[in-house]
Design a binder for this molecule. Sequence first.
Ligand code: PMP
Length: 351
Amino acid sequence: MSRYIKKDYKNFISYTPGEQKNDGSYIKLNTNESPYAPAPAVLNALSRADLEALRLYPDPTGRTLKEKLAALYGVESDNIFLSNGSDDILNFAFMAFVDEDEAIAYPKISYSFYPVIARLHGINVNRVAMADGLMIDYRNFCGLGQNIVIPNPNAPTGQALTTGQIEEIVRTNPDHLVLIDEAYVDFGAESAIPLTKQYDNLLVSRTFSKYASFAGGRLGVAVGNAELIKDLASIQYATNPYNVNRLTMKLAEATVDSDAYYRANAEKIRATREHVTAALRKMGFSVLPSLANFVFVRHDKIDGRELYEELKKRYILVRHFDDPAISNYNRISIGSDEQMDALLKELAEII
Ligand code: PMP
């Protein structure tokens, strides 16, 4: 840290993203990317004219992409906010909706980015107690009287709440924002997007990074009441009005047009997840029930960090977290069947 850093950030602990070893030597099961290539229409979406147009700024309103997404999600264009990945949405939402003397509540075991954004903006956090088995007890969020963010399915555990449970949380906190982070909703959970028509305190965030094979393209989408969306846009315009670039916009339009292809991939990932879960349990792993594109696992015979290191030696990357509450676990992304067979083979040897 330089001596010039602002006082507030002197001892700031930032977020550490999963390792990005992309030279092809590793099987990468650590950042929940899709193992499948983008759809053919995406691979062919960019013309020379698109590249020549790079000299021009992108449309800051993202009108064409918003219209396509509105049709896909069954809402209007003014219910949609676009961003450079969904982490940006989380950041803008914390900035827009959480006062410094208020707190943001989230499950005690959850996405490790939330406390970082809260620290960045000097916001207090309320880490809400989990039920047994690292499960979220939705009742702990009902009538809380605080701003709330919950990933559904939860990360890194994979557990999903029902829309009925989410509605109860939203309904009983009418004076606060409830942000449902649906980064992993496409692998079997129910979306809360339909509820945004009824509740003006509900914001849903989505990402193209997982099911849409678009982590490198960086597109996040928020859906909510038009007034919430305007608030987000005003914060975004105050930081970077052009935060979704021209190429991403064009490629994302082709992605939405190819939705059936991505739905089919999500189905394949679900099938692989079920098969891998059964195989891991047979090996003596305890595997939390997951509706996401990852599983959260531990084994009585080997420490979580040691298993992570052993796999890394064998060129397989999984995600390990040092938080003592979950340091015995590893989060393993669901890759292709071939990748998962290689993982199972190595695990059998290690165990
Ligand atoms: N929410 C959750 C729960 C996540 O795990 C991630 C991925 N790390 C994100 C949001 C952000 O994804 P992205 O910025 O790629 O959209």
